[in-house]
Design a binder for this molecule. Structure first.
Ligand code: SF4
Length: 311
């Protein structure tokens, strides 16, 4: 068996920034540090920080006045920031700068008089936060059907923006459809689907394509949680190329019986998954199948974001 370890994989600059900020906050202030929503959508990471004293909440009503609180990498709406100020929270905004960019685009389009179509998953924390910039002017769509149901006409002044962790190919298809329905629609100058999402998707696409044409049994494993948007997209890309794929939180989710007779395992990790889990999965296959490991890199990643302000 060959483990084809794909790169780029795992932590992106936004997740590294958010998790480092939470670590620094726990060291500086001690437990508990309240975190609005999961710091990132990954069970291993959330469990790790819970053990260190992070208290995850889905409402700021559950945070005592004045407490140290961190906003997750997915960002928050202006209403949440206002509530944090009213409660005198000492808050650290660990929203990814690339999510903040989408907030700025939404605000700019609304100020210029546009109705804004936000392509994304309606209940995702990032999408909820961005829509909060102007709830009555920002419309969420995730499919052609939801575009057809919009209360907008081709004569309206319309702009579109997208969630950062969408499938590059699917969002391109939806944007094409938007342009056919609303010929005057305008979009952001720079693509919203972030570099990390694109790179991880390209790595899976390239590897899946390579092995599709070889006469061998291939499966893909994506280290990432079931609620991680960018991890789910990686699984979908492999499946679309006829490679059976699964999301796993740890080696405990791997049934060795499913890998008997498999020649190649494409192994990658979503942007919120920690490299130590990837290495545990590698060790599992080395011990269970005497697997060889080969890394394939489609590009290098050097993006680094400065740490957020600590109160
Ligand atoms: S996946 Fe992209 S947008 Fe999300 S935290 Fe990472 S770099 Fe930021």
């Amino acid at each position: 068996m060959l483990i084809k370890l794909l790169y780029p994989r795992g932590f992106c600059a936004g997740v590294y920034r958010a998790t480092s900020a939470l670590s620094a906050a726990l060291n500086k202030y001690g437990a508990p540090v309240y975190v609005y929503h999961e710091i990132v959508h990954n069970k291993w990471v959330v469990d790790y920080f819970r053990q260190r004293g992070a208290a995850f909440v889905d409402s700021l009503d559950d945070v005592p006045d004045g407490a140290v609180t961190l906003f997750s990498a997915h960002g928050v709406s202006p209403q949440i920031e206002r509530q944090a100020k009213e409660k005198n929270l000492r808050y650290i905004d660990a929203s990814c700068p690339l999510v903040q960019k989408v907030h700025r685009e939404a605000k700019r389009f609304v100020q210029q008089g546009y109705s804004v179509i936000l392509i994304g998953h309606p209940r995702h924390d990032e999408v909820v936060g961005v829509q909060g910039e102007a709830p009555d002017r920002i419309f969420i769509v995730k499919s052609k059907e939801s575009i057809d149901a919009l209360p907008l006409t081709a004569q309206d002044k319309i702009a579109y923006i997208t969630q950062t962790t969408l499938s590059v190919d699917e969002s391109a298809a939806i944007i094409e459809y938007l342009k056919s329905r609303f010929p005057n629609i305008v979009g952001p100058t720079v693509k919203d689907v972030c570099y990390a999402t694109q790179n991880r998707q390209n790595a899976v696409k390239t590897a899946a394509n390579d092995f599709n044409h070889k006469n061998c049994a291939v499966k893909a494993l994506i280290v990432g949680s079931a609620n991680s948007s960018n991890s789910i997209r990686l699984k979908e890309i492999a499946v679309r190329q006829n490679i059976p794929a699964a999301l796993i939180d740890s080696p405990a989710d791997v049934d060795p019986n499913d890998f008997i007779g498999v020649d190649v395992v494409l192994l990658t990790a979503g942007a919120s998954a920690h490299e130590s889990v990837v290495q545990q999965v590698v060790e599992f296959f080395q011990s269970a199948f005497d697997a060889q490991v080969e890394e394939t890199r489609i590009c290098e990643e050097n993006t680094v974001f400065p740490a957020p302000f600590m109160p």
